[in-house]
Ligand binder design. Sequence first.
Ligand code: HEC
Length: 152
Amino acid sequence: MGLGYHSDDELERSTDRWMLVGGILLVAMALVFPFYRLYEPGGRAEARAGQAAALAEEGQTVWQYNCASCHGLAGEGGVGPALNSKQFLQSSTDAQMRTLISVGIPGSQMSAFSLDHGGPLTSEQIRSVVAHVRAWEPDAPDVPTWRDMVGP
Ligand code: HEC
């Protein structure tokens, strides 16, 4: 019987030890979590910014090969309107641009660019070229007559 009590004591001591370890771990996690939360949103914002930059860079290539001949290398306009215009950029959303580029403007030189409408670009490439155009906005010049630049 004495032996039984003895091992119960040991079991109890061992259980106490593990509960203590568990308790310490719990406290450690509770202490670390707020720091994790503090750090993590920054990491995500950074990742998002990186993605946007990569998209705009891909868009630059798409722009050079598919759009620059009519809209100008820097979007200054030519046969097509000046899309680097502050007035244009402020008046159209990304979604509107994506749709317009996908389906084109019937009866004009602005053809449909999406694969769905017989064009050469994937929806990812169209997203990227819109990101490229949007990236002009912070330095966009005043061109209220951007639409008049449509050539013959
Ligand atoms: C062959 C010449 C040509 C090419 C190439 C071309 N465009 Fe255009 N684009 C035009 C013309 C012309 C218009 C104006 C059409 C109209 O309003 O009658 C236009 C209009 C637009 C508009 C609409 C502006 C508005 O009125 O809101 C956008 C956006 C646009 N183009 C983007 C692009 C992008 C992006 C590309 C490349 C993927 C591209 N264009 C390639 C000629 C071109």
